[in-house]
Design a protein around this ligand. Structure first.
Ligand code: NAD
Ligand code: WQD
Length: 333
């Protein structure tokens, strides 16, 4: 298939492009490089063995998107492009709704004009808010607590409504849990600008010596060691999940929704210890108050994705930490 990958120069998008190339697909990447750099495309070419077409454009730019679809006979779209920082979304809600919601509408409208009817959307476990029970099943209640999460749920709702009006479309909503890790080559990974919001990049920067110590947000949660527990999933497993979802779209219409997680939860201190083993250093940390909006425990029920996509995460937290560390060290040189 020829696949348009929006946000393909980003963290999850770049790993997915590599797996798509390995699976024999051709790729057109559209990315405005607002949170990535063009050299990632070269690295994807090295790892994938073939070059994607790369177009620097904003998904909200109707004329540019029109040109992309006019110039390339795309069969399906994987839509990663968007903004993803929860705290920033609280400070800049209009920007988040504009990029994530308006951008998705421009994309869907352009697809419709060009008779492209297959799309995979990057949703998030954040649409479950604070879950009533774990593991979280796909049919669990949806509720959000910040503009970022609300923008993801809005796009899901827009896509569900659109599929009712256009029943010949095939739409897959993938709800990622906590993506971490990097490609085992060390060539691509996550390198956030500024102070990392997420646990794994923060730990990696402490290990590198760029930050003094980790703040552990709360040790009084009702969990094994009192720190928050999450379902960390290796980005390469996540990327492979997209290839499986694309296969599923071959013969399916309507909306399909899948959790992409491992089904297991690790605490903040579990991750600190695993990273210490991976890098051979001590990670200094200090217990701080809880972070506003955080939940105690979150992990996925994975049986639906296993059964319907034939996909199951393979990589454990040791590999997640080892691969993150390999990539982090490559940034120092
Ligand atoms: P990322 O920031 O690394 O990648 C997003 C890419 O989209 C970047 O390359 C950025 O330059 C590009 N982009 C942003 N706005 C754009 C626009 N208007 N037009 C074109 N390109 C634009 O983020 P990621 O971690 O790879 O996340 C990818 C997707 O997965 C996002 O939609 C995110 O919300 C979702 N998601 C991420 C996580 C996570 O923890 N990383 C979890 C759940 C869901
Ligand atoms: C994990 C655990 C923190 C940083 C966020 C988004 C979610 C999704 C993934 C996009 C928690 C603790 C963290 C630190 C810490 N993104 N922590 N010190 O909050 O589960 O999810 O990213 O869709 O929408 O909300 O991930 O990595 O920020 O936190 O103690 O410096 O690590 O309290 O328990 P989170 P995270």
């Amino acid at each position: 298939m020829k696949v348009l990958v929006t946000g393909g120069a980003g963290y999850i998008g770049s790993h997915t492009c590599v797996e798509l190339l390995h699976a024999g697909h051709d790729i057109v990447i559209v990315d405005d490089l607002s949170n990535s750099t063009a050299d990632v495309v070269e690295r994807v070419t090295t790892l994938g063995g073939r070059a994607p077409v790369f177009i620097e454009a904003d998904i909200r730019d109707r004329a540019a998107m029109e040109q992309v679809f006019a110039a390339h006979a795309v069969d399906a779209v994987i839509h990663f492009a968007g903004l993803k920082a929860v705290g920033e979304s609280v400070a800049q809600p209009l920007r988040y709704y504009d990029v994530n919601v308006h951008g998705s509408i421009v994309l869907l409208e352009t697809m419709a004009r060009h008779n492209v009817r297959k799309i995979i959307f990057s949703s998030s476990a954040t649409v479950y808010g604070d879950p009533d029970t774990v593991p979280i099943r796909e049919e669990s209640a949806l509720r959000t607590t910040n503009p970022y999460g609300a923008s993801k749920l809005m796009v899901e709702n827009i896509m569900r409504d659109h599929a009712k009006a256009a029943p010949d479309w095939g739409i897959v909503l993938l709800r990622y849990f906590n993506p971490v890790g990097a490609h085992e080559s060390g060539l691509i990974g996550e390198d956030p600008r500024g102070i990392p919001n997420n646990l794994m990049p923060f730990i990696a920067q402490v290990a590198e010596g760029r930050r003094e110590r980790l703040s552990v947000f709360g040790d009084d949660y009702p969990t094994t060691d009192g720190t928050g527990m999450r379902d960390y999933i290796h980005v390469v497993d996540l990327a492979i999940g997209h290839v499986k979802a694309l296969n599923k779209l071959d013969d399916n219409h309507g909306v399909l929704t899948y959790n992409l997680g491992t089904g297991a939860a690790s605490s903040v201190l579990d991750m600190v210890r695993a990273f210490e083993r991976a890098c051979g250093k001590t990670i200094p940390y200090k217990i701080e108050p809880r972070r506003a909006g955080d939940i105690a425990v979150c992990y996925a029920a994975t049986d639906v994705a296993e059964r319907e996509l034939g996909w199951k995460a393979q990589r454990n937290i040791e590999q997640m930490c080892a691969d993150t560390w390999r990539y982090q060290r490559s940034l120092i040189r």
